[in-house]
Design a protein around this ligand. Structure first.
Ligand code: AMP
Ligand code: ZN
Length: 113
C-alpha cells in the first residue's frame, strides 16, 4: 500500500519520532502550523474518520490520552492547545491514514480557517 504514514511507521521512510507504543506512532509534522505541531497516528491503517469501526473505540481513546501526555510534556497543557482530525477533501485532509493533530505554542484562532 502506498501510504506515507505506513512507511514512516514501518521505518521505510524517516519521520522525527516523538513517541511510540504498541498502538500509535507519533512524529513531528513536516510542515508545522504552530511551534508545537505533532501527529498522533495509529499503527493500524484507517483511511478516514468515516472508516472507524466499533472495535476502534479504545484505539481512538488512546490517541487522545497520548495527546494529553505529550501536551503536558511539551509544556502547552495549561496554556492551551488544539487537537483535530481532518476528514475528506473540504476539511483539508491530504494524508488518508487517520491522524490526530496536536497544535500549540501560539494563540489559536476561532473559527478555524
Ligand atoms: P491532513 O491535512 O490532516 O491530512 O494532515 C496531513 C499532515 O501530514 C500535514 O500537516 C502535513 O504537513 C503532514 N505530513 C505530510 N507528509 C509528512 C511527512 N513525511 N512527515 C511528517 N508530516 C507529514
Ligand atoms: Zn497508512
Amino acid at each position: 500500500m502506498d501510504c506515507i504514514f505506513c512507511k514512516i511507521i514501518s521505518g521505510e521512510r524517516t519521520g522525527r519520532k516523538v513517541y511510540e507504543d504498541e498502538l500509535v506512532y507519533v512524529f513531528e509534522d513536516i510542515n508545522p502550523q504552530a511551534p508545537v505541531h505533532i501527529l498522533i497516528v495509529p499503527k493500524k491503517h484507517i483511511p478516514t474518520l468515516l472508516d472507524l469501526k466499533e472495535e476502534d473505540k479504545p484505539l481512538m481513546g488512546h490517541l487522545y490520552m497520548v495527546a494529553n501526555m505529550i501536551a503536558r510534556e511539551r509544556g502547552i497543557a495549561d496554556r492551551g492547545f488544539r487537537t483535530l482530525i481532518n476528514c475528506n477533501p473540504e476539511s483539508g485532509q491530504t494524508v488518508y491514514h487517520i491522524h490526530l493533530h496536536l497544535l500549540g505554542g501560539r494563540m489559536m484562532h476561532w473559527p478555524p480557517g
